[in-house]
Design a protein around this ligand. Structure first.
Ligand code: PLP
Length: 390
């Protein structure tokens, strides 16, 4: 990282990313966006690997991987020995769910805000075991975290073998009251897998003190790592899970099993140290505050321009906010895509339009490289387009 890096958020920082300057990129949430310095570091790792692939894989990699896990652990409030790398949160969720043995009639709890791929994994494991997938209906728009807790408490009355809970929901961008949710599950003896795909880097995270059995999170979203970098943390007594691919490390312990699942490009994992260096150089707390602040201002801009209330309370929002549209767009993939594509093709704005419940919604993200004027342009572009696609 060069010492003359501009530390003024917004347009002055955009040069640190390779993003197209003609695009208003308001969707950091879906796949992240990685700074050029981090990508250059990743390239160096790949070059090092290709200079002597055997020595790299056999001698260099094991220690470097564990050092990266230690560094990542220090950022997410965990010990490196309890952290393993996986390519993405979907894989982390799969490793846990497919390792657990459910029995016929077991109840497995999640919410209606669960990410689609995770929902499918849940359907798969429940169907395989004859278990029941219990769907907790969390309203959206939502007034406050108590609305989540009340419904979860209700669902827990009949007990459960597992709860799979989001830290930050995907379509609706809600920061759920995850500490209280984990506590509530544990009071009823229900173990918890947290899907924290969006949390690391977006909110302050202390995985160990959260106290769930398993936590998976992406580094390639809000931690700015190269794509294909995520982690699975497991409490000591819950390190009974296996990677979805069984390999040389089978039955040799949690980290041994996950650290090698076959030949692959490990450069995203080893680049975690560089993206942490990037974040720490600016100050992760400052980054979180700024992104969250910008997202709230942007939500206000859109809410005023469209005369629509923000559908979530401030305490449940971080750097992504899901907004109601000025006219009702049908809750179908096709209708959502029509609006998305119009914003992209005619205005060069990248933003999420997503069906949920009885309509489609628009989710904004705010990252260091964004400015308020980009959301002003979004507000006008949507007003122009919704009439056509509604
Ligand atoms: C809540 C949630 N879980 C899981 C995922 C999947 O992430 P990945 O594609 O990195 O596996 C996402 C992606 O946006 C998500 O929002």
């Amino acid at each position: 990282m060069s010492g003359d890096m501009p530390l003024i958020f917004g347009a002055p920082m955009r040069d640190l990313w390779g993003l197209d300057p003609d695009v208003d990129f308001l969707n950091h949430g879906s796949f992240g966006a990685t700074p050029l310095d981090v990508l250059a570091f990743q390239r160096e790792v790949q070059d090092e690997m290709e200079r002597q692939p055997v020595h790299f894989m056999m001698e260099t990699l094991p220690g470097r991987l564990r050092a990266a896990a230690d560094d990542l652990g220090s950022f997410i409030g965990a010990k490196g020995e309890d952290v393993v790398f996986v390519p993405n949160a979907t894989t982390g969720v799969n490793a846990v769910l497919r390792s657990l043995k459910f029995k016929p009639g077991n109840r497995v709890i999640t919410t209606n805000h669960v990410y689609g791929a995770v929902h499918n994994t849940l359907r798969y494991v429940c169907k395989r075991a004859g278990a029941e997938l219990v769907w907790v209906e969390v309203p959206f728009p939502i007034g406050g975290p108590e609305e989540v807790l009340e419904r979860l408490e209700d669902a827990l009355k009949e007990g459960a073998a597992l709860a799979v809970l989001d830290h930050i929901t995907s379509s609706t961008g809600l920061v759920l009251p995850i500490e209280a949710m984990v506590r509530m599950c544990h009071e009823r003896g229900v173990p918890v897998l947290v899907d924290g795909a969006h949390a690391p880097g977006q909110v302050d995270l202390n995985v160990e003190s959260l106290g769930a059995e398993w936590y998976t999170g992406n580094c390639h979203k809000w931690m700015l790592a190269p794509k294909g970098c995520a982690f699975l943390w497991a409490a000591k007594e819950a390190q009974v899970v296996h990677p979805t691919t069984i390999s040389h490390g089978y039955e040799q312990g949690f980290t041994e099993e996950f650290d090698w699942v076959g030949t692959q490009d490990f450069s995203p994992y080893l680049s975690v140290t560089e993206c942490l260096y990037f974040l720490r150089y600016i100050d992760p707390q400052r980054v979180r505050n700024r992104n969250r602040g910008l997202a709230q201002m942007a939500a206000q801009v859109l809410s005023s321009a469209w005369s629509t209330p923000i559908p979530s309370p401030m305490q449940m929002r971080a750097s992504m906010v899901t907004m109601d549209l000025p006219v009702r767009v049908a809750p179908t993939v096709e209708a959502a895509k029509r609006l998305h594509d119009a914003l992209w093709e005619r205005h060069r704005i990248e933003v999420v339009v997503t069906p949920f419940g009885d309509r489609s919604w628009l989710r904004i993200s705010a990252q260091m490289y964004n400015d308020l004027d980009q959301y002003d342009r979004l507000a006008s572009a949507v007003l122009q387009e919704v009439i056509a696609v509604g």
